[in-house]
Design a protein around this ligand. Structure first.
Ligand SMILES: [Ca+2]
Ligand SMILES: [Ca+2]
Length: 355
């Protein structure tokens, strides 16, 4: 049944996405380039909600990140080149990803309804039976077997009723996961929380500066050259054979409670792995070729040649699904991207505040 919803939505998307987008269904040889995002069933449209009037606050500890200059980018990722010098002003950043408890407090205070919970407008999905246009979101579902790694839809399903309260579908719950990162949020859902809390989402440069923490130079990982440190996993990623068999060697199959892994030199947790984190920059693979040195804010618009019809923002740090076979984008300096209206169960966020 779930599958039929998904297929119907896929049909709707094929009908509504420009032909140029469909011509890019062939993946590049760089599987890391597409990571989780390209083939997630994208909503591409949403019902709008009026802006929030109220203000609130959260009590999460924020760390003051000193301003400074650093080398932004990564040598093994084409869209993170050239490696270039960037200067960022001092700012405060949440020490951990925003949790389910924090997001629940925000929703309780404001009545905010997330994109995945809103009805789908039949006008946005011409040719699709309106009866199957039900609210939901994309959920990773490990298949028992796959045929090659090219078709991401082998492990991503559009699941009716999946949203931040039910990250893997109606039968799942966050009741015992209030200290886990909130997921299943579209970009505007993260932004709404940040505004309510008197904060904002980080720029991509701020995020990378915070992740590199004044200590990183050329190492593969933000924490150093070796994947494990003293035999211990340093981040919640994926071990085993992706996507069929997760050995959970790091202790977690999906999200982990925030702060389950060691903090970086600034005292920030889960800057790599656990969940991807929305940044405020639009995504363009060529942005680093002409980005300004001081406090870059991202390009004026987004463009992803792999999915030209989609508006994408940057996501950083990788997730519990990242591994060397498939998505390496938890590695230092690498970039991710997400269609702004397409939540998944491996994307969350954290907030920053200017000093
Ligand atoms: Ca894991
Ligand atoms: Ca993270």
């Amino acid at each position: 049944m779930k599958r039929s919803y998904f297929l119907s939505l896929s049909l709707g998307l094929l009908l509504s996405v420009p032909a140029t987008a469909q011509e890019h269904k062939q993946h590049s040889p760089d599987s890391a380039m597409v990571c989780h995002t390209e083939a997630i069933p994208s909503r591409f449209a949403k019902v709008k909600q009026a802006g929030l009037k109220s203000k609130g606050s959260d009590a999460v500890k924020m760390v003051l990140v000193p301003g400074g200059t650093f080398r932004m980018g990564a040598k093994d990722f084409p869209d993170a080149q050239p490696i270039h010098e960037v200067e960022v002003a001092p700012f405060y950043i949440d020490e951990h990803e925003v949790t389910n408890a924090q997001y629940a407090a925000f929703v309780e205070a404001t009545g905010y309804v997330t994109v995945a919970e809103r009805p789908l407008d039949p006008k946005d999905f011409p040719g699709v039976d309106p009866a199957v246009l039900v609210p939901g979101s994309a959920v990773f579902t490990a298949p028992t077997a796959i045929q090659g790694m090219q078709n991401h839809l082998q492990w991503w399903d559009y699941v009716a009723g999946a949203n931040w309260r039910h990250p893997q579908g109606p039968a799942s719950s966050i009741a015992d996961k209030m200290d886990h990162p909130v997921t299943q949020l579209a970009y505007e859902d993260a932004e709404a929380y940040a505004k309510w809390a008197g904060k904002r989402l980080p720029t991509e440069a701020e995020w990378e500066f915070a992740a590199k923490a004044g200590t990183h130079t050329e190492e593969t990982y933000y924490w150093g050259t070796e994947k494990l440190k003293d035999g211990k996993w340093m981040a919640n990623i994926f071990q085993g054979t992706f996507p069929t068999s997760n050995t959970k060697a790091d202790g977690f199959e999906t999200t982990a409670p925030v702060k389950s892994f060691p903090a970086n030199a600034y005292g920030l947790y889960d800057m790599e792995g656990n969940v991807w984190e929305w940044c405020s920059d639009f995504y363009r693979p060529d942005y680093y070729q002409q980005s300004p040195k001081n406090n870059p804010q991202g390009p004026k618009d987004s463009y992803d040649p792999q999915e030209p019809g989609a508006i994408k923002r940057v996501q950083r740090g990788g997730s519990f699904l990242c591994n060397d076979q498939y998505c390496e984008r938890y590695k230092a300096g690498s970039r991710g991207k997400g269609e702004v209206n397409s939540p998944t169960n491996n994307v969350g966020f954290r907030c920053v505040k200017s000093k």
